[in-house]
Design a protein around this ligand. Sequence first.
Ligand code: 6PG
Length: 241
Amino acid sequence: MSGTIEILADSGALAARVGALLVERLVAVQAEGGIPSIALTGGSIADELHRELRRVATDAPVDWSRVEIWWGDERFVAADSEDRNALQAGKAWLDHVPVDPDRVHPMPARGEGSLEEAAAAYGEDVRSHGTGRFDVVMLGLGPDGHVASLFPGYPALDVDDAVAVAVTDSPKPPPDRVSLTFGALNRATSVWFLVSGEGKADAVARAQAGEDLHDIPANGVRGEQDTVWFLDRDAASRLPD
Ligand code: 6PG
């Protein structure tokens, strides 16, 4: 595990802290005339963060129309499927703030071409927008140490010549997914891991122990400037004192 650790009381405190820091970062990049680029993740703590961002959005001094929004991974299902990370983020947050639809970049859905075409198209999309870099990449953590849809022992971990990759046998349903590769995820100023719950404590401890990225894919991602692990107490419960 690289970077620093922040331990919050619970998932609500974690979402509030990350929400405040994200607003701070968006404001800072915009204050310098930039258009911040962020990558969202899926899962339950991400959903709690997105709800928090909706709650604070109105008062936040962010020009939401000038934020580029990407995803670290997506389930390859129909665009209107409840399983879609993009649909969940829309319901919880993005549909309720004045983002510029042209700056919101969901990954292609089933029915818009093959899975491989979806991965290739997203890679082109990321490359064609500026430098293909992110100001902040946010990632949930699976109990097996996966991030995005990069799972332990999977060939996608070793793909170093693509921005996005097709995953066809995800151990976490649904099976078909598109994921950014380590190379793409690491083109980030900041990487923030959002980890809540006792079920992740073992993976957090294994990451902290420095296990190889093939066993703990989270250890394959680090920000160019900073990497922060936002943990609630339960997720941090197996870290050495
Ligand atoms: C996905 C996510 C995935 C998720 C972790 C944690 O598409 O499923 O991107 O990487 O972030 O599995 O999910 P939970 O927070 O729900 O445990």
